[in-house]
Design a protein around this ligand. Structure first.
Ligand code: SAM
Length: 285
């Protein structure tokens, strides 16, 4: 029973550590869109609260209003941490494995045709599993590999995942999806800070260059790029942002170059510069 004169909270009201008003969510949503292209729908309100609340605690702040003021004041410094908190970094070795089967066959064809130069970009590479899988696929598909000029560029907006990616060190759980033969060939058992783990071999690591890059900013590479992996990244962008990005990516690719998207992404009504070759695999037309 409530005390006289008190207003009882609705039964479904959440008790939060920090007040999180509509205006806070709106302001953060606008900033995220502006900085990263990520379009936060209303359904992401709890996720935003949870992730940004961690920043408030880490900084010893009392409210979202204080945090918004800090974001304005500190410029790039806190913005990097804010973007790191918002991005979703889910990834895995050999994720959507049909892409790597396709890439292997494509590479063998290039090899037979006498091609010896390869440029691949993993755009939104997260903690590195995707570009390292590309490297392993190349090593496996191309016995002539030492005679090739190969570069894999791997980029992400999130500085935390990039740091993990360049260490190339993973828990046993994260490499569980890699079969024993590949594991023996491309990974070495090591002791990590959190227990036994695996690191990718120097050979695999040396094939990948990691760089921080926001896909909303001008793309610094010149191309031409033989393949772009941009998987499970644009799912968070609205159609206009996707259109602008793929127009810029298409300029970096010549006819027949490949573009791989994530399982729930598509270029339908987004780009006419590519034609569909297979499940979420596109060819620059
Ligand atoms: C879900 S992960 C996908 C990782 C990998 N491509 C895969 O499919 O396994 C999406 C990645 O895109 C990155 N990302 C999101 N917005 C970005 C932007 N504007 N510029 C660069 N990277 C971005 C995130 O930081 C995150 O690491």
């Amino acid at each position: 029973m409530s005390l006289p004169g008190t207003v009882q909270a609705p039964a479904n009201a959440r008790v939060r550590e920090f007040a999180f008003a509509d205006a806070d969510f709106e302001a953060l949503r606008v900033l995220v869109k502006q900085e990263t292209g990520i379009n936060l729908t209303d359904s992401k309100r709890e996720l935003v609260y949870g992730r940004v609340a961690r920043r408030l605690r880490a900084l010893g702040l009392q409210s979202f209003i204080e945090y918004r003021a800090l974001l304005e004041r500190s410029g790039a410094e806190e913005m990097v941490q804010f973007c790191n908190a918002i991005t979703t970094n889910l990834t895995a070795f050999y994720r959507e494995s049909h892409h790597f089967d396709f890439l292997a066959e494509h590479l063998k064809r290039l090899d037979r045709a006498g091609v010896r130069r390869l440029r691949i970009w993993s755009a939104g590479c997260s903690s590195g599993e995707e570009p390292y899988t590309i490297a392993m696929t190349i090593l496996e598909a191309l016995p002539t590999y030492p005679r090739w000029d190969i570069r894999i560029l791997a980029t992400d907006l999130d500085s935390d995942v990039l740091e993990r990616a360049s260490r190339g060190c993973y828990s046993a759980e994260r490499v569980a999806g890699i079969g024993p033969r590949r594991r023996a060939q491309y990974l070495r058992a090591v002791q990590t800070r959190s227990g036994p783990g695996f690191e990718v071999t120097p050979e695999v690591r040396s094939m990948v260059v990691f760089k921080q890059l926001n896909l909303m900013h001008p793309l610094p590479m010149k191309g031409p790029l033989d393949a772009i992996f941009c998987r499970n990244v644009v799912i968070y962008f609205d159609k206009d942002t996707q259109r602008a990005l793929f127009t810029r990516m298409a300029r970096l690719q010549r006819t027949d170059a490949l573009l791989f998207l994530g399982h729930s992404e598509s270029l339908f009504k987004v780009s006419e510069d590519y034609e569909l070759l297979g499940k979420t695999i596109y060819r620059r037309s």
